[in-house]
Every structure is written in structure tokens, then in C-alpha cells.
Design a protein around this ligand. Structure first.
Ligand SMILES: NC(=O)c1ccc[n+]([C@@H]2O[C@H](COP(=O)([O-])OP(=O)(O)OC[C@H]3O[C@@H](n4cnc5c(N)ncnc54)[C@H](O)[C@@H]3O)[C@@H](O)[C@H]2O)c1
Length: 254
């Protein structure tokens, strides 16, 4: 589906990859609802004018996500898509110098990255299913963010990799579930992109990661991710799959 004139909810849209999607899709005529914990999304929405709105949202909360979906319906007349970018990065060895890893920290990563993604998908899909069918019976598109860490998790990434592996694994069953509603589900697994999440990592880690990218030998630009998201909306044969965007990177153990 062409994004122009459609309404798309973007979780994690206040920063990084999500914010790049917000900017690109608004630039191509879409309406967006930024669903994020961070108030930076309000500033971003205000700067973009009437095509963007901000819904303060914790993706793990049913009430918050329902409010964000309702905002899309009230302000823009319905929902056609969702992009799930909200996520956190956490690293801790299973057994470190101070003993076993924190179970609470593991559960928090799974709760935000995996359970939060499912929460957005199920509630957005319920709203998208109300749309009249378009070409081929298509009603909408959901794009989820996995990671190359789903396949090559590094040292300390058990929780993060499990969360992103969960996103990758649920892509096909979600596409099968939602096929009868004319909703496609695609996941994107980014390599390393230049966002606040990656900028927060120590310089040595960033350098090591950049050196592991064969070509182009640099971190990805967030708009390159957003361009693939837009393509996923446009290409109706893309469904139930995980697409890597990583410059041929295969992460080593560290
Ligand atoms: N940047 C990369 O290299 C990279 C690589 C692979 C996957 N990813 C994934 O892409 C997604 C976006 O990452 P990014 O690099 O843009 O990070 P980022 O930190 O710039 O943005 C993440 C956004 O998610 C929001 N968020 C966090 N917890 C939330 C919650 N509970 N509810 C609502 N919003 C919440 C944050 O406020 C922030 O705005 C994440 O899921 C991340 O794991 C990023």
C-alpha cells in the first residue's frame, strides 16, 4: 500500500529508527501517531504539523496502547499500519564477576522488546481490520523491528537476542493469523545503525562493530532503515518474513 494518505502508528517514534520512519512517512504524505515514553516525540510531532500526533505510551501497557490507537482513529479517521520500534538494549553476562545475571533485568528486556511489540501488534491489528479492503483485499501492514542479534547475539546479549529472536519467530504466525484480515506482517533485522541507542555504547564497542561491516564499511543511516520500512508497505508480496539490512555484517562474539 502507498503510505500517502494512510495513518500509521509508530512505537518508539521519538528517537532513532522510529523517528526516521516518522519523518520519511510524513514526508511521503502519511499521518503518523508517535507512541513513545519519551516526550521528545511531542516536540517531533509539533515540528511536523497536522500530519503527526504524539501519544505518551508505554508499549507494555494495554491502556496506553489502546489510547494511542484511539488517537489515530479520532484524529485521522482510522489506522492502516503500525511500525514497532520501541525497544531497549541491555548487556549482561549470564554469570559475571558478581555472580548470576539479574533475572529482573532479563524479564524487563523481554517485556519491553517482545511483549510490548506483541501488545502493539494485536491492538493495532484489531483497528486495522476495520478498514475496507483495498487491492488484493489488503487492509494494512505491520512492520516489526527485530535485530541481527536474533541470529548472532554477542557476549552479554542473551536477553536482547531472546527478545529479538521472539520478534523474528512470531513474524510468520502473526502473518498467518492476520491474513484473513488482509494485514501483512514483516520484520526487519537491522545490523548497526547510527542512533542514540548505539551512540550510548562505548567508543571501543562502536568501533569494533563498524569494523565488522564488510560493505559499506560504516554504520547504517536511520533513513536507510525507514526506506526499507516504506518498501514493506508498498510491496504486497512481502509477508511473513524477516529481512536483514546490515551491509553483510555477521556479528562476532564481541
Ligand atoms: N540502532 C541499531 O543499530 C539497532 C539494531 C538492531 C535493532 N535495533 C532496534 O531498533 C529499535 C529502535 O532502536 P533505536 O536504535 O532507534 O533506539 P533509540 O533508543 O534511539 O529509540 C528507542 C525508542 O524506544 C522508546 N522506548 C523504550 N522503551 C519504551 C517503552 N516501554 N514504551 C514506549 N517506548 C519505549 C524510547 O523512548 C526511544 O524513543 C529497537 O527495538 C532496537 O532494539 C536497533
Amino acid at each position: 500500500m502507498d503510505v500517502s494518505g494512510r495513518t500509521i502508528l509508530i512505537s518508539g517514534g521519538s528517537s532513532g529508527l522510529g523517528a526516521a520512519c516518522v519523518r520519511r512517512l510524513v514526508g511521503h504524505g502519511a499521518n503518523v501517531v508517535i507512541a513513545d515514553l519519551s516526550e521528545a516525540g511531542k516536540t517531533l510531532a509539533d515540528s511536523l504539523g497536522s500530519q503527526a500526533a504524539f501519544a505518551p505510551t508505554d508499549v507494555t501497557s494495554e491502556a496506553d496502547v489502546r489510547r494511542a490507537v484511539a488517537l489515530a482513529e479520532q484524529q485521522f479517521g482510522g489506522l492502516h499500519g503500525a511500525i514497532t520500534c520501541a525497544g531497549i538494549l541491555q548487556a549482561e553476562r549470564a554469570v559475571g564477576r558478581n555472580g548470576a545475571a539479574s533475572l529482573e533485568a532479563f524479564q524487563r528486556v523481554i517485556n519491553i522488546n517482545l511483549v510490548g511489540t506483541f501488545n502493539v501488534v494485536r491492538l493495532a491489528a484489531e483497528a486495522i481490520a476495520k478498514q475496507p479492503p483495498g487491492l488484493d483485499g489488503e487492509r494494512g501492514v505491520i512492520v516489526m523491528t527485530s535485530s541481527v542479534a536474533a541470529e548472532e547475539g554477542q557476549i552479554g546479549q542473551a536477553a536482547y537476542s531472546a527478545s529479538k529472536g521472539g520478534v523474528a519467530s512470531m513474524t510468520l504466525p502473526l502473518a498467518r493469523d492476520l491474513a484473513r484480515s488482509g494485514i501483512r506482517v514483516v520484520s526487519i533485522a537491522p545490523g548497526v545503525f547510527e542512533t542514540p541507542m548505539v551512540q550510548a555504547a562505548p567508543e571501543a564497542v562502536r568501533k569494533s562493530l563498524a569494523e565488522q561491516i564488510p560493505f559499506p564499511a560504516r554504520l547504517g543511516h536511520p533513513d536507510e532503515f525507514a526506506a526499507l520500512v516504506e518498501h514493506a508497505f508498498e510491496n504486497r508480496m512481502l509477508n511473513g518474513t524477516v529481512v536483514r539490512i546490515d551491509g553483510a555484517m555477521r556479528m562476532g562474539p564481541r
